[in-house]
Design a protein around this ligand. Structure first.
Ligand code: BV8
Length: 239
């Protein structure tokens, strides 16, 4: 098997066994709150306190002592360390569990919960406490222009040029723990298949919306399926 770059797309499912909720499962986030109320620029303009409260609760939850990387995150960090070509993790998740597991090449296309963005000076800064409508930007001192550094619906995901360059150069595309419901991420597998070169594999709890676009799929909890898949790749028995 030739050794070529790997792109791994991850979604909320990879963090489920770390204690973070997914979005569209029965106990998911969108079962208790509406996207239109907390995850769009309009919602933020209409009721910034409500949106800040939604992300403040998730930011506190992410930093709970019980929330830690699981074997799936750690397996991807091992793959990056031991695979003889580049491994890029493109995550839809806004948690920091890939980094805490040791992954270094991580693109957060939907932003990061532990960062804030200043609408006045465009600075992006680490932010671990609660964020509010009166918070002042450490870079420009202006109060009232800070928001979570998160990509809402209707906003352009981050680093798309870098992502498509990686998709165009990879020999293997692995999608882990995502329902394939949100674009443009859900379109990455079709983009890769369109090149006709790379292998596309889905590792998920159950078939995603785009399951039929993958060459191969393995279903089960990420903390079991991902380490086994990585072991096979590193032993040269990969797809
Ligand atoms: C944009 C914010 C354009 C942060 C999120 C066609 C083309 C382009 C756009 C669109 C299009 N059609 C519609 C759109 C608009 C929209 C969209 O896709 N809507 C959907 C609902 C139809 N897309 C957008 O608005 C995007 N922006 O397109 O901009 C543009 C162009 C020019 C100029 C300006 C703009 C922006 C999308 C980003 C929105 N922000 N999050 C936050 O609060 O977290 S999206 C949100 O959904 C999260 O980021 C989440 O990551 C993402 C995807 O969800 P998943 O990660 O897949 O999670 P989900 O719960 O759905 O699934 C979990 C999976 O895990 C399940 O399959 C489950 O079985 C599995 N699982 C569960 N447990 C386990 C497990 N697997 C393994 N092990 C387990 N233990």
């Amino acid at each position: 098997m030739t050794v070529s770059p790997i792109v791994v797309l991850t979604g909320a499912g990879i963090s489920r066994e770390s204690g973070l909720h997914t979005f569209r499962d029965a106990d998911g986030i969108w079962a208790t709150v509406r996207i239109e109320d907390v995850a769009t620029p309009e919602a933020f303009r209409r009721d910034p306190r409500r949106v800040h409260a939604f992300y403040n609760e998730r930011r506190r939850g992410l930093q709970a002592p019980t929330v830690a990387p699981n074997p799936a995150h750690r397996a991807l960090a091992r793959l990056e360390a031991e695979w003889p070509a580049e491994v890029l993790v493109v995550t839809q998740n806004i948690d920091d569990l890939h980094e805490r597991a040791g992954s270094r090449r991580v693109v957060h296309m939907h932003g990061e919960l532990l960062k804030a963005f200043c609408g006045r000076c465009a600075a992006v800064m680490e932010w671990r406490g609660d964020l509010g409508v009166d918070a002042a930007c450490p870079a420009c001192d202006h109060a009232g222009a800070l928001r979570p550094h998160v990509v809402w619906f209707g906003e352009m995901p981050l680093e798309m040029d870098r992502i498509y360059r990686a998709l165009d150069g990879c020999g293997l595309f692995v999608s882990i723990g995502t329902s394939g419901a949100v674009y443009p991420a859900a379109g990455f597998v079709a983009h890769v298949r369109g090149r006709g070169v790379a292998k596309a594999v889905e590792l998920n709890l159950e078939p995603s919306d785009g399951a039929d676009r993958f060459h191969e799929a393995r279903y089960g909890p990420a903390s079991r399926v991902v380490p086994r898949f990585v072991d096979e790749l590193l032993a040269g028995r990969g797809p």
